[in-house]
Design a binder for this molecule. Structure first.
Ligand code: XMP
Length: 513
């Protein structure tokens, strides 16, 4: 089945995949193509619209990326964003210059005034914040274009030639800071390009499965399943696509939360794949025995993980493909211009060096976290797995402060399970991005019944954050905290005191170790 397609033409900007994601969010299929793609190839995709992205260059730079001017003769609407807008103006006979100091150079949130008779702004407020990031100025707009938005500093932050369906904006409608930015993109798609909204996550799934089958053929595929959202969704996708050709190795290091290992195993029972669960708790605990220093713990766990995985991989023999659950935010882009260097952060660091395989497959590479979750639902993964909050690779080993024992881990598991249960029951899980319990290595005196206790202090941590680089402590209602505290001290042996962590990051980090 073919879909209406929008092409995002990539000029090396920061937000290219975000634009694509916004288009998908509006129910329209979209592909990002480099600006160097030959026009014939773009034409063959029969796009209903083009979106030109931003980019680090100035159109008048010698090496600035350009487009074949014939793209404007195809009768296909174009939305130019930032550099894309300037490029369109430049190519169609306008004039773009470096902005003079303090005049038309704008960065950040800017009050903007829109002409709502322009299709791009139809039905939207006449005034709002837009996110600017441009140092260049359109001194002269091309013939046929009208000015459709302005700021106090700049008369032409949006231009439109409605007859030909050409629109340009100097700001970034795709970022959250621009109020109604997504609505503007939706207007472009539906009011200008004639989109019908024929694209869903179900279609995405089917296309991804088809592509994987084509690539893998009858080859063997290996995947390290951690139980996190990304590796689970990648595993489900591969399971659906190639079934028995897939081997999932799930290294159960015994440092997971309560019931987590069984939940992961159960979630994959419905697929006919080779599912290997390695019970490695004893060997991890042995390696970690007596080790109290956080970075050493991490290192030991990372190394042991690779050892176990390597042993399992050896049993399978040579595989053709290794799957990784890398998602778009893991793909850190650095460098400038069209020669951007892309580094990727692998969920299981270092694995490829130890396993004999031909190629890596990263089927989630272009998706954002919430899209990954949606795809997981589409694949029939249970909600508790799809909505799982981030969980560090070293697991509970860095949430038991100081040296580890199985007993301490079990105590933490029970307390953490109660904490999570009560937070969910109170509906607070919708407002909190990550929450967990920490077993401190401090003991204090308490009284229970008529007797003295000398037990551990448990710390509760809960944060709100969008990027996990900075975070604020969550304002959990006192009565919810009270219920959690009462239940934990009553139900979990070995804990007689509960404290709530009220530090943000920075200066603290989210995890305690
Ligand atoms: P911090 O503690 O640095 O945590 O504020 C930020 C986010 O990263 C997670 N985290 C880890 N994830 N391996 C991981 O895979 C680790 O060693 C690790 N340490 C912290 C943490 O849970 C939070 O989401």
């Amino acid at each position: 089945m073919s879909h209406q397609t929008v092409i995002v033409l990539d000029f090396g900007g920061q937000y290219n995949q975000l634009i694509a994601r916004r288009v998908r969010e509006c129910g329209v299929y979209c592909e990002v193509k480099p600006y160097t793609t030959p026009l014939e190839q773009l034409k063959a995709m029969e796009p209903i619209g083009f979106i030109f992205t931003g980019g680090p260059n100035s159109v008048y730079d010698e090496k600035a990326p350009h487009v074949d001017p014939a793209i404007f003769e195809l009768g296909v609407p174009v939305l130019g964003i930032c550099y894309g807008c300037q490029l369109m103006a430049h190519t169609l006979g306008g004039q773009v210059t470096a902005a003079q100091e303090d005049t038309a150079r704008e960065y950040g949130k800017t009050e903007t005034y829109y002409d709502t008779t322009c299709k791009l702004f139809k039905g939207l407020p006449e005034q709002g914040i837009s996110w600017m990031s441009h140092g260049d100025y359109m001194a002269k707009v091309p013939e046929g274009f009208a000015l459709t938005a302005h700021t106090d500093a700049c008369p032409n932050v949006a231009i439109a030639d409605e007859k030909r369906g050409f629109y340009g904006v100097q700001y970034h409608p795709e970022v959250n800071h621009t109020q109604h930015g997504v609505d503007m993109i939706r207007n472009f798609l539906y009011e200008v390009c004639g989109a019908t909204g024929d694209w869903t996550m179900g279609d995405y799934k089917n296309t991804a499965i088809r592509d994987i089958r084509e690539k893998v053929g009858d080859g063997k595929v290996l995947l390290a399943l951690s139980g996190g959202v990304d590796s689970s969704v990648a595993a489900a996708l591969l399971a659906e696509a190639v079934g028995k050709q897939l081997t999932c190795v799930f290294v159960d290091h015994g440092l997971m939360r309560k019931n987590e290992g069984d939940e992961v195993e159960a979630a994959f029972a419905r697929w006919d794949i080779n599912f290997v669960r390695v019970d490695a708790e004893a060997r991890f605990l042995l390696k970690l025995a007596g080790e109290a220093e956080p970075e050493r713990k991490r290192k030991i766990i990372g190394e042991e993980f690779i050892r176990v995985f390597e042993e399992e991989a050896k049993k399978i023999g040579r595989v053709d493909y290794l799957v990784q659950g890398t998602i778009y935010p893991d793909v850190i882009e650095s460098g400038a211009g069209d020669a951007a260097v892309i580094k990727s952060h692998h969920n299981v660091g270092g694995l490829p060096d130890y396993v004999d395989f031909k190629e890596i497959i990263e089927p989630l590479r272009l998706l954002f976290k919430d899209e990954v979750r949606q795809l997981g639902r589409e694949l029939g993964l249970p909600e508790y797995l799809v909505m799982r909050q981030p969980f560090p690779g070293p697991g509970l080993a860095i949430r038991v402060i100081g040296d580890l024992t199985k007993e301490k881990l079990d105590t933490l598991r029970d307390a953490d399970a109660i904490y999570r249960e009560e937070i969910a029951a109170a509906g607070e899980d919708k407002n909190i991005n990550q929450y967990f319990a920490v077993l401190t290595n401090t003991r204090s005196v308490g009284v229970m019944g008529d007797g003295r206790t000398y037990d551990y202090t448990l710390a509760l941590r809960a944060v709100t954050t969008s990027d996990f680089m900075t975070a604020d402590w969550a304002r959990i209602p006192y009565d919810v905290l009270d219920r959690i505290s009462t239940r934990i001290v009553n139900e979990v042996k070995g804990i007689n005191r509960i404290v709530y962590d009220i530090t943000s990051k920075p200066p603290a980090t989210i995890e305690w170790e």
